[in-house]
Ligand binder design. Structure first.
Ligand code: SAJ
Length: 441
């Protein structure tokens, strides 16, 4: 097809759509386009996943409002079919790629999944198709990795025999459908016409702006927006460490800084976990690793944020009577409040530090099955409690009960959840990250 024909087939919903990678991004995307009347073929390497989907069942963990119902209805209508067989993509006009793009321990992007998805796709790619990479990639990936594979394997010419673009997703676990529908997208096309066709495609499912751009811009936008957040959190954490050293209360400092226009200081915390924020800064930084560009702020911010669990451990060591052979209660293992997602959990780092000194971590998390339990029971005999995740439940913590359960009435608060006055009333020694304003010595 030409781009004009593609655009027409988008408008009348006759375009054959495909999504490669039916994870927490690809599956909702496939379902939303199917709901809008497109025939969508989903491809995944896991037969167990495609089988579930073809039964109209969502394989996505966690609470995702509306997703199960949506999948059931689009599978029932015959608009969404899942398979492990790339041959099913022979007639695909538009193929979206949503596979994982992790970074390795040296913070270098690892593209095995992306390479294999593109390599499998091009074996069956028909002329005139539009390929859209939705995964978050290191800027330069379309130009240097995806495009060469397609051209080499097919002999097709870009913008003549096939079209290519990058449209990064902005989903969040727990809000997959809502974010896909309401958050703006950047349509980074291999040409202005391609970007325009991508805008008309995504405008069908996105209620917010879909902005045309070139693909390098789209690649930088997505990684930069998450890097922005990581740097802002690192700034808050560094001010917390300074406040702690100077006898101030960073939470009061933050409140007053924010009164100054345009100072949206974020929250200091016990660490930065999750799937996006710890990874995307490295994708942005590594995009220029072979060029003479001094990238210093991004690694420094990562270093600050990854050191926060160590700082929490230092506070435990400083205030607890002794740790060897002792139990320490960890409140929260998920990386984010009121979530069961423990990817890159800061608590996991604290657990390792405690084990290294012979302490026995006792982990409580109301959202993670293996860590659920009666928090006061779990506090029994512990020499300290460390609050690592701001689960709402911890705002109602029975402090008096905690004081009597703990061997030593000590709580280290890494998320500014516990009210200092309530702590004083119950005889709990409260140590707050970033706040030594109440310490009397
Ligand atoms: N955190 C802080 N201080 C803060 C904010 C977060 O320490 O002020 C910590 C959290 O505890 C968590 C980590 O950082 O451990 C990440 O928190 P997050 O609120 O950024 O949540 P994520 O990881 O789910 O980030 C996602 C991202 N969305 C996408 O990639 C599409 C991010 O771009 C969003 O800004 C963020 O959600 C959001 O705003 O909710």
């Amino acid at each position: 097809m030409t781009l004009a024909q593609l655009e027409k087939s988008i408008k009348n919903r006759s375009a054959n759509l495909a999504v490669i990678g039916l994870g927490y991004v690809g599956l909702p995307v496939a379902a939303l386009f199917a709901q809008k009347g497109f025939k969508v073929t989903g491809v995944d390497i896991k037969q167990s996943r495609t089988d579930l989907i073809n039964q109209g069942v969502s394989p996505i963990e966690g609470k995702e409002p509306g997703l199960s119902e949506l999948i059931a209805s689009v599978v029932d209508s015959g608009n969404l079919k899942a398979t492990t067989d790339y041959q099913a993509l022979r007639d695909a006009d538009i193929i979206m790629i949503d596979v994982e793009t992790p970074v390795n321990q040296d913070h270098i992007p690892e593209y095995h999944a992306l390479r294999s998805a593109v390599t499998s796709l091009v074996q069956v790619l028909k002329k005139g198709a539009l390929i859209i990479v939705e995964s978050t990639v290191m800027p330069g990936t379309l130009e240097k990795i995806v495009l060469p594979i397609i051209e080499k394997e097919t002999g097709y010419a870009l913008n003549k025999d096939f079209f290519l673009g990058n449209c990064p997703e902005r989903v969040m676990p727990g809000k997959l459908l809502r974010n896909l529908r309401t958050m703006s997208r950047v349509a980074g096309g291999g040409s202005e016409e391609t970007a325009r066709v991508m805008v008309s495609l995504y405008s069908i499912i996105v209620e917010a702006d879909v902005d045309p751009a070139d693909w390098i811009t789209a690649e930088i936008v997505k990684t930069a927006e998450n890097t922005y957040r990581d740097v802002q959190i690192a700034f808050a954490n560094e001010v917390a460490l300074i406040s702690e050293a100077l006898g101030a209360d960073v939470w009061k400092v933050r409140e007053l800084v924010r009164k100054s226009p345009g100072r949206e200081m974020l929250f200091p915390g016990a660490g930065v976990g999750g799937h996006c924020i710890p990874k995307d800064p490295w994708l942005l930084a590594s995009s220029v690793r072979d060029l003479d560009v001094p990238v210093r702020l991004i690694p420094a911010a990562r270093d600050i944020n990854t050191s926060m669990p160590a700082h929490m451990f230092a506070l435990v060591k400083q205030h607890a009577a002794g740790l060897k052979g002792k139990k320490v209660l960890i409140l929260g293992y998920a990386y984010l409040h009121d979530s069961d997602d423990d990817r890159n959990s800061p608590s996991a780092i604290l657990v390792d530090f405690l084990k290294d000194v012979g302490a026995e971590p006792v982990i409580h998390d109301p959202f993670i099955k293996s860590f659920q339990g009666d928090v006061l029971e779990m506090a029994r005999g512990c020499v300290a409690a460390v609050l690592m995740t701001a689960h709402s439940e911890y705002q109602e913590l029975d402090l008096a009960g905690l004081v009597s359960a703990l061997e030593d009435p000590l709580l280290i608060d890494g998320r500014n959840v516990i009210d200092p006055d309530s702590a004083i009333q119950t005889g709990l020694t409260l140590v707050r990250l970033g706040d030594t304003s109440r310490e009397t010595d």
